[in-house]
Design a protein around this ligand. Structure first.
Ligand code: C2O
Ligand code: CU
Ligand code: CU
Length: 483
């Protein structure tokens, strides 16, 4: 442990040496390091992966983790790490109650373009799975070998995602491309008749920096790596041609560290129908929604009545309008004669509330660090894969209370389960955040309490800050669900 941590610290100190090259200067509009003009490239939708085989009870998939060179910036090539050689990786579509078995082959070189050793670990974020299947950070898969994960899909349907979770190098591995969607649905959700097919669009928002040659630049900023170029589904500030009707957008903040405050350029309200753990009991109408890293939002955006030629831009109003990360993507209304048979019911799915009276214990965790280049810690300690700092009993309910003693907000993620937020700085969460979640933002110098049932599955899991550089700089802890 000590050796690894010391090595990591040295790396942090020499941070810049990890970067491949300095960021190019004086590039074309929009002024970010991509040089790509805003809304000049079409949105891509990651392909849905076909099973290699299916039986009456399960679907089997094969995925290869590869370093490959792709075209992200016109006229330049970018070396990435990608599931099946693409970023985002292919989308897996799964059904509740029908297990998915994914065989991940690690085809990475011994030293990757990210400067990491080629070992990797894949985690299904938001998945309710046994510890053996979760992708513990030290369950290394060496280059040239494979690892099969079985996902039971024994949970509420929602937008999940898979990504690398390799100890100490999750930040660079995700930055260079190792992430993809995993969409879980069921018959109850189908029956709601929400927008579907071509009108249900997964959108992963990620910021990146590029060098003049088109290569990705990663500096291992211990406060969190941010980029000056915004990509959606791997395309810089893309556009999407839409019809004048309702769309379901499954939005994932897949950025290492940046939070986005999403709003529409016409000021229109949009409906939040779910977050990380599935549908809310009822849609919540908002004009802005902030997503921290790893948070998901299931949104209904309605272009009904918009004239052909109307442009609606998805904005990040966390930053000034002059900032290169202000524009996220653009919807161009091109088709006004589509019929829209979809509905957004006033009632979506009943929510079973966990009550504090059900909790068998309350555990307290303090989040610290960031002073004078020090490490990020939970309960004063850096990640130690051999020490479980909590051992909840399977099928029991617990309250976890987080106290942030640092000057940055930390989006804390807990594996194995979805939880409900009891309060943030003593106040109940807004309706958008009152359903099932797997990320809770613990405000700087503030507190947050969550309640969770650790159902069904035992084993080793982790909880951690999902600012990936905080996670890599050890703001992560092992916890075990025990029999
Ligand atoms: Cu998104 Cu521990 O993971
Ligand atoms: Cu996770
Ligand atoms: Cu953090």
């Amino acid at each position: 442990m000590t050796t690894r941590r010391e090595a990591l610290k040295a790396l942090g100190a020499a941070g810049a040496s990890l970067a491949l090259a300095p960021i190019g200067k004086a590039l074309a509009a929009p002024g970010d390091s991509s040089g790509v003009a805003s809304f000049s490239l079409p949105l891509r939708i990651p392909p849905v992966l076909a099973p290699t085989s299916s039986t009456s009870t399960a679907d089997y998939y094969d995925m290869q983790i590869r370093q490959t060179t792709v075209s992200i910036l016109p006229g330049k090539s970018t070396t990435i790490l990608g599931y099946n050689g693409m970023t985002p990786g292919p989308t897996i579509r799964a059904r509740v109650g029908r297990p998915t078995v994914v065989n991940f082959y690690n085809g990475l070189p011994a030293t990757t373009v990210a400067g990491t050793a080629g070992q990797c670990v894949t985690h299904l974020h938001g998945g309710h799975v046994p510890g053996s299947e979760d992708g513990f950070p030290t369950d290394y898969v060496a280059p040239g070998t494979n690892r099969t994960h079985t996902y039971p899909n024994n949970q509420l349907p929602t937008t999940l995602w898979y990504h690398d979770h390799c100890m100490d190098v999750t930040g660079p591995h995700v930055w260079y491309g190792l992430a993809g969607f995993y969409l879980l649905t069921d018959a109850t959700e189908d029956a709601l008749n929400l927008p579907s097919g071509a009108y249900e669009i997964p959108l992963v928002i990620q910021d990146r920096n590029f060098n003049a040659a088109g290569g990705l630049v990663y500096t291992k900023n211990m406060n969190g790596e941010t980029g000056n170029a915004v990509l959606v589904n791997g395309v810089v500030q893309p556009y999407l041609n839409v019809a004048s009707r309702k769309y379901r957008l499954r939005v994932l903040n897949g950025s290492n560290a940046r939070a986005y405050r999403l709003a529409l350029s016409n000021g229109a309200a949009f409906r939040v129908i779910g977050m990380e753990g599935g549908l809310l009991p009822a849609p919540v109408s908002v004009t802005a929604l902030t997503l921290y890293p790893a948070e998901r939002a299931d949104l209904i955006v309605d272009f009904t009545g918009a004239a052909a030629g109307t442009n609606v831009t998805l904005l990040n109003t966390n930053v000034a309008s002059t900032n290169t990360t202000y524009n996220v993507m653009r919807f161009r209304v091109t088709d006004t004669d589509d019929v829209d048979p979809s509905v957004v019911p006033a009632t979506l799915r009943p929510l079973t509330r966990l009550s504090t009276a059900q909790a068998v214990t309350t555990r307290s965790f303090t989040l610290s660090g960031g002073m004078m280049g020090g490490a990020w810690t939970i309960n004063g300690a850096q990640f130690d894969e051999n020490t479980a700092i909590a051992k909840p009993k399977v099928n029991t309910v617990e309250i976890w209370s987080f106290s942030n003693r640092s000057m940055l907000n930390h989006p804390i993620h807990v594996h194995q389960t979805q939880f409900q937020i009891l309060d943030i700085n003593g106040a109940a969460p807004p309706a958008t955040h009152a359903g099932w979640k797997d990320v809770v933002v613990v405000p700087a110098m503030g507190t947050a309490r969550i309640i969770a049932r650790f159902a069904d599955y035992t084993g080793r899991f982790v909880m951690h800050c999902h600012i990936l550089e905080h996670e890599d700089m050890a703001m992560m802890a092992r916890y075990d669900v025990v029999a």
